[in-house]
Write a new protein. Sequence first.
Lengths: 168, 211
Amino acid sequence: MNFLAQDPRTVFLGQAVTVAGTAMSTTLKDVPPERRIELPVAEEMQMGMTTGMALTGLIPVSIYPRWDFVLLAINQLVNHLDKVPMMSNGGYKAKAIIRTGIGSQRPLHPQSQHTGDYTEAIRAMCATIEVIRLEDPADIFPAYEKALMREDGRSTILVEYGDYYGEK
Amino acid sequence: MGVQAQPTKEGLMTKDQLIAFEEEIAAQFNAGKIRAPVHLYSGNEEQIIAVFKQIRPQDWVFCSWRSHYQCLLKGVPKEHVREEIMAGRSISLCFPEHRIYSSAIVGGVLPIAVGVAMSIARRGEDAKAYCFLGDMTSETGIAHEAIKYSRNHRLPIHFVVEDNEKSVCTDTREVWNQPRLSLEGFGDEYVSYYHYKTKYPHAGAGVRVQF
């Protein structure tokens, strides 16, 4: 996240981005506080705000700790962020980075509503957004670098494995 | 992106010009010349012109599937608006050079407008987001979230509720069993509200077109 924060266009938003709360929170601790926006639990609004900020040229890094929570934002993800290039004949660019994860199952198993992996389903629903599942720690930096630097205006969803935080 | 010049306030299209534009589009649609849905305005010309007297070129305008008047009043040349409509894109007209974004999904533009307003505020830009929504949309959860967040964080945004009493053919007040809608009568820094009666159906222009 520090690499992303070096780009002045990035802003980090979601729940537990300025306070503790998830495994992802700790990865943001060195990002300047003024670049982090703590939001209420309002997943669809968060995704819409992500698109809006991206329309103005910022690169929002929008954080949803679990795929299961992204499901509440599918309307804004699929109908808007993904469709902006088609709706505007390529006129609008809305490049955002969506960071999410597959909930960890060890040492505690949070059961079916917190461990979903919707990578393939969302990949099938999106026409322009690229979905990258980070299968190995070595994949992480190149994937974020691609998401940040890409010049095609597309957004990227990066999917982490919660269990890897403690295991890899 | 660059922002194109907008006509002076004296140069805003007039009520009669707006009506004539929609009537021309209605005729084209009824003649089967537009192979896509159109959603036409009528009866709100004076109210929407009054709103646009405040809107500047650097401001953003967010609309629903019914957006011809906003595009014209924001300064998009009517030939360009007509061209997009004839190409079948009336339902989500977007003109980046004029900072107009429209969506065919109920409530779709609201949180996007909030994000734009937040970006404007963070960068200290002299601009504002204006977001148009209908009466049924004004009762959705996303509308309450977006308006509450914007108001509480004092974002540079204004929501304009246009109440024609229905969504497609459904009576908003009847289905919510609520004679007075939640934002009805609002008129402050963040929300304004007006009523109007349209002569057009929700979509199309009154003639069933067979292709």
